[in-house]
Design a protein around this ligand. Structure first.
Ligand SMILES: Cc1cc2nc3c(=O)[nH]c(=O)nc-3n(C[C@H](O)[C@H](O)[C@H](O)COP(=O)(O)OP(=O)(O)OC[C@H]3O[C@@H](n4cnc5c(N)ncnc54)[C@H](O)[C@@H]3O)c2cc1C
Length: 433
């Protein structure tokens, strides 16, 4: 069975910033680069829109793009408190994959992966989509069973998942110390179609695509309040004045609880910080995305040569985009356990992003108790890969009033009804997801 709902073909758009191509590069090179125009218009707010999307991150911009492209709804504003792309969409470690456990989540993330596969052609934007494979290592027989079960679920749904022997791991990643003293590697599972996508190009590509279709992208426009009348949303208070709207969509990731509270909606979301690191550039040593199953550590190598790596969220609730030292120590320990050759590598940069951790580890794409107020959030620390599907299904919900079939399980009501989708089987503890 094909789990993916196919995309309808869209009408081509004449782009204001022009079609990007080899010939365009050549032409601009020959005439002093004078023909380029900004990729998106820096719009000023109008008094009223049909749809206002709060948050110019990946999900907000993708929702605006698909509203315009798939549903012809262009009376849309995306309001971003800073410049677009400086939230988590530009802070993540760029991994895309669909190796989830719960079948509805596998279908949703697989849909996203398929949208990534056509992303660059559809948006005419180079996002460096690199399907280099994601390799998850296992270290105990119990973990082998668990991973086998997950791979079987995926394969039953037509999604790629391949077992890899110890020798196979050695061949794929010679740097791995298979017999490391802490947790020897028994094998792994590879999703060959997983990989990486350049994160900030995703924000720029969607911003360009939405702007070309008439969406207003309004930067430096913080939303400070949500105005309601008779149980229905009527607009947003912003740093640049009131903006009326029939529908308001919150796509603010780590700020979801704070924004929803402005409409007296309490969300099953906690905010935590997640850190990442990048090393100095070295020659190519790693051509898959690698994750360590005995701790939380994952790593890939960027095209510039730096190793990009991260671990689990910090245990503390915070809105600070920094992170604390204990997690840095834990990640470094896991890194040198698995890949001792990294021990003398210099770290160039470290940063943090604030995560909207849901109670069951699954996202939320949903109506809310306030009519006209829609939520896209609860991405935990896996929402980058979900951007195309999150945008498409949120646009569907806004345009039709009904959940998209692939996101019908992601409604807020599941928490009250006890139908949570515990992706990792760890219970209602956001920090554990
Ligand atoms: C270190 C790190 C590594 C990660 N690695 C991965 C990974 O490898 N793969 C993966 O799938 N996911 C990963 N993630 C998670 C992923 O980045 C997020 O889940 C996803 O980007 C969240 O969606 P977004 O892009 O819409 O969020 P954001 O980019 O954070 O967008 C939300 C926007 O809302 C804006 N905003 C907030 N409040 C207001 C307001 N009041 N008014 C106006 N605007 C407002 C913010 O400024 C922000 O720009 C990682 C995250 C981090 C931090």
């Amino acid at each position: 069975m094909d789990p993916v709902v196919p995309l309808p073909a869209a009408a081509p758009v004449r782009t204001r910033s022009g079609h990007y191509s080899f010939w365009r590069l050549l032409r601009e090179g020959l005439r002093g680069q004078r023909g380029w125009r900004p990729a998106w218009v820096k719009a000023a707010p109008r008094p009223r829109y049909k749809v206002v999307i709060v948050g110019g991150g990946g999900h907000g911009l993708a929702t605006a793009y698909y509203l315009a492209r798939e549903f012809g709804i262009t009376d849309v504003a995306v309001l971003e408190k800073g410049p677009i792309g400086l939230g988590n969409v530009g802070r993540n470690t760029t991994i895309v994959r669909s190796n989830y456990f719960q079948p509805p989540n596998i279908r949703f993330y697989e849909y996203s992966l398929r949208l990534w596969e056509s992303f660059e052609q559809q948006l005419n934007f180079n996002a460096m989509v690199s399907q280099r494979g994601t390799l998850n290592l296992f270290h105990t027989e119990a973990q082998r069973d668990l991973f086998t079960r997950r791979a079987n679920q995926m394969r039953l749904l037509g999604v790629d998942a391949e077992p890899v022997t110890r020798e196979g791991v050695r061949a794929l990643v010679p740097l791995v110390d298979l017999d490391n003293g802490r947790y020897p590697v028994l094998g792994g599972f590879l999703q060959p179609r997983g990989g990486t996508v350049r994160h900030d190009a995703v924000a720029w590509g969607y911003a360009r695509g939405a702007s070309e279709r008439g969406v207003d992208i309004i930067e430096q426009c913080e939303v400070t309040g949500l105005r309601r009348a008779d149980g229905r949303i009527t607009g947003v208070e912003t740093a640049r004045g009131f903006i009326g709207a029939d529908t308001v969509c919150l796509a603010v990731a780590g700020f979801s609880s704070r924004l929803a509270a402005m409409a007296d909606v309490r969300l099953p979301i906690e905010t935590h910080v997640l850190q990442a690191w990048v090393s100095e550039a070295i020659k190519p040593v790693l051509d898959v995305v690698l994750t360590y199953g005995a701790g939380h550590f994952y790593v890939s190598q960027s095209d510039k040569g730096g190793l990009v790596f991260g671990g689990a969220i910090d245990g503390y609730n915070t809105y600070a985009q920094r992170g604390t030292l204990p997690m840095a120590e834990e990640v470094a320990a896991a890194a040198v356990t698995l890949l001792p050759g990294l021990a003398r590598l210099q770290v160039l940069r470290q940063w943090g992003g604030i995560m909207d951790m849901s109670m069951d580890g699954s996202p939320i794409i949903s109506r809310t108790p306030v009519a006209g107020l829609v939520l896209n959030g609860g991405w935990c620390y896996g929402g980058f890969k979900a951007i195309p599907a999150g945008g498409m299904t949120t646009a569907h919900l806004i345009a039709t009033g009904n959940p998209h079939p692939l996101a019908a399980h992601l409604g807020l009501e599941r928490f009250a009804a006890g139908r949570t989708l515990d992706e990792r089987g760890v219970g209602p503890f956001p920090y554990a997801h």
